[in-house]
Write a protein that binds this ligand. Structure first.
Ligand SMILES: [Ca+2]
Length: 378
């Protein structure tokens, strides 16, 4: 059993495993990059199991570490923690501090983590002059998790100013409760809430299931398995969700900025474009714009961002992503919701667990082993 096979066997279908010492291969010379952008990775900081990053106030990039600390990246690496909730979370299973986001104008910081009982929790802190006001902390939303895996946990503000939250299907493998297709649970969903519009939050009136007595009004999209990372194109506002597969297919889902929500991404009747365990395709299934199998490209997709920086002209507008087990950075050119080109970017980021996008549109790669690297021109 080679290293990748062994790691795949361990990681199985997990979206996050913290302490695996996965071999980091160098760029695969045998893969012709074609007309891929020429990029290089520059290590800008060491971190303790970084899991999430966000553009912060005053052109900073903030990094969340899995055990519960938040640190700010500057020219000299990461500073001392500006927040520490490490006594309120654990790192067993796929747990920990899993997501982080600022709202517009950096007025509030939101953390997404599993608490000591494993319950997914979204907390809010006011931010003043770039400083977190710890005394203002409040819990916005919680969701009990039946298993320690498939927590999702990514959070991002959309171009509409609302907070989007991704939760996995609850775990256990194969979606035993059918949560992906059920509209009466927040599990297996992408949610959309207005955290400032109510106490503890408001459901936007234009959410697709708002007011529906048979559905949770927070739901924006459903049929997701473990949407570990998602993002909005900083230019177009289009939504991209990387959904980790069960055993065969890793997928990337897409919706235009004009979407009214309600998309059914298929899980657990579909895995990618393939019926799952004899499932039938829902009539309203929105298939992924991209999928790959596990026969060589990895085992757990790690979603990134559409590149909107200035440093790498050839990468402009491309969606950059990777895979936790493979580590190769890849990109997709997307036009009107269709992939028109796929690229192997020819560099390997190690155990790529997450990406961050600075306010300038540049991208950072987070490897769970402890590096934060900037994507630079080669
Ligand atoms: Ca799907």
């Amino acid at each position: 059993m080679n290293v990748r096979t062994r790691i795949s066997a361990i990681i199985g279908t997990l979206g996050l495993v913290g302490s695996l010492a996965l071999a980091t291969a160098s760029a695969d010379e045998s893969r012709a990059p074609g007309d891929a952008a020429q990029i290089a990775l520059t290590e800008v900081a060491r971190a303790e199991n970084p899991t999430a990053g966000a553009a912060g106030p005053k052109d900073t990039v903030w990094i969340a570490e899995r055990a519960g600390t938040v640190r700010v990246l500057d020219g000299d690496g990461l500073g001392d923690p500006v927040l520490d909730i490490s006594d309120e979370t654990t790192t067993d299973g796929e747990r920990g501090l899993l997501g982080m986001a600022f709202d517009k104008d950096f007025a509030h910081l939101y953390l997404s983590y599993t608490d000591l009982q494993g319950t997914s929790t979204i907390d809010e802190f006011a931010v003043q002059d770039g400083t977190v006001q710890e005394g203002t902390r409040r819990t916005v939303l919680t969701q009990e998790q039946p298993e320690s895996n498939h927590n999702g946990g990514d959070i991002e503000f959309g171009p509409d100013g609302h907070l989007y939250i991704a939760f996995g299907d609850g775990g256990g493998g194969g979606d035993p409760e059918g949560n992906g297709q059920r509209l009466d649970t927040l599990l297996g969903k992408l949610l959309r809430i207005d955290p400032q519009g109510g106490d503890p939050y408001a459901i936007p009136e234009d959410n697709p299931f708002a007011g529906d007595p048979n559905a949770k009004g927070e739901i924006w999209a459903y049929g997701l398995r473990n949407p570990w990372r998602f993002s909005f194109d900083a230019d177009s506002g289009d939504l991209l969700i990387a959904d980790v597969g069960q055993s065969d297919w890793e997928e990337i889902d897409w919706a235009p900025a004009s979407s009214a929500g309600g998309e059914n991404y298929g899980w657990s009747r579909m895995e990618g474009t393939h019926p799952f365990r004899g499932g039938t395709e829902p009539a309203n299934h929105v298939p992924p714009i991209h999928e790959y199998d596990r026969t060589g490209l990895g085992c757990s997709v790690t979603g990134g961002y559409v590149y909107r920086g200035e440093a790498i002209a050839d990468l402009e507008g491309q969606y950059v992503y990777s895979d936790y087990c493979d580590g190769t950075l890849r990109s997709l050119e997307i036009e009107n919701g269709e992939v028109t080109a796929e690229h192997d970017l020819g560099v390997n980021g190690g155990e790529v667990v997450s990406f961050a996008q600075g306010g300038d549109g540049e991208l950072y790669v987070l490897a769970i082993g402890g590096t934060v690297s900037r994507v630079d021109p080669a």
